[in-house]
Ligand binder design. Sequence first.
Ligand SMILES: NC(=O)c1ccc[n+]([C@@H]2O[C@H](COP(=O)([O-])OP(=O)(O)OC[C@H]3O[C@@H](n4cnc5c(N)ncnc54)[C@H](OP(=O)(O)O)[C@@H]3O)[C@@H](O)[C@H]2O)c1
Length: 309
Amino acid sequence: MSQPRVLVTGASGLLGSNLALHATAQYAVVGVTNQRPLANAAFDTVQADLLEPGAVARVLDAAQPDWVVHCAALADIDACEQQSELARKLNTELPGQLAQETARRGMRFVHISTDAVYDGTKAPYKETDAPNPLSVYAKTKRMAELAVKAAHPQWLILRPNLFGWSPNGVHSLAEFFYNNLTSGQAVNGFTDRLFTPLHVGFLSEIILELLAKGVHGIFNAGSSDSLSKYDFGVMIARQFGFDEQLVRPAHTESTAPRSADLRLNVSRLSQALGRRLPSVADGVTRLYDELQNGHRHKLQGMLAVAAKG
Ligand SMILES: NC(=O)c1ccc[n+]([C@@H]2O[C@H](COP(=O)([O-])OP(=O)(O)OC[C@H]3O[C@@H](n4cnc5c(N)ncnc54)[C@H](OP(=O)(O)O)[C@@H]3O)[C@@H](O)[C@H]2O)c1
């Protein structure tokens, strides 16, 4: 096969924008955006509301990709509680339809699920542990996994937790800590929430590597180690030279039900890749490097230019 063409949905979001940028180093890339168009992106973009009748087929037939990575979603847990019908359509129906339409056209399909499919009572989780999603968000994402498996013979599903710089600058937990700490604002860091976050750049590379190797199946996608959200905030404060006392240990106050302990066992992914996964500290170092080398600026510039234009 000549160099594969990659279609990335959610290209204006945290994962999609980073993935699309990484992929351009090797592949021809088309990024799908919806309400937030991009300008001056290093990849082709197409604007489409994928929930509109016929939009999925139209976008696939126009772009003719070999690989489709589906990153579009309603990923805000509280918004999903408030707009459960939209969450069902976007997070369950759309991936099911994309899986069907890509299978029909012989395209590979990657679906991005979430660590939140686990209920947090028996971490660290392996992929063989039974999911028990608690929130509307997690339930719609779990239903999508089942729909994708039923529709595509070569399904590839990742259950990540991720952090990094995003085009709108306020999306990930790392940005929450960075934005507050950089302006000297104290923030709560939850000591009762454990997770296994993976830097979005590493996740992007992993997705492309799995596709290139022709791997399919379901994989937890996290770093090689886990920590509390409080410790994550302290790690960011130290890496960026902020006063770590500004990160205050606290307990969760949550409206939507959230799983408390989402430590992931990532050995299946590590085996599929044939290497150890990076640590959370490796990811935080990369986050810092991306601020210095202009990656964050580049991501935010794509959105800012589009907003002005
Ligand atoms: N962020 C996390 O911490 C996290 C953790 C675990 C799993 N995940 C999963 O990872 C994936 C990526 O998440 P993310 O944080 O990158 O999401 P995000 O930043 O919220 O981006 C969501 C994307 O979906 C697009 N979109 C929404 N509605 C659409 C529609 N009707 N048609 C076409 N596109 C539409 C948005 O486009 P516009 O903005 O242009 O409208 C945006 O590009 C999701 O599947 C999410 O569930 C995320």
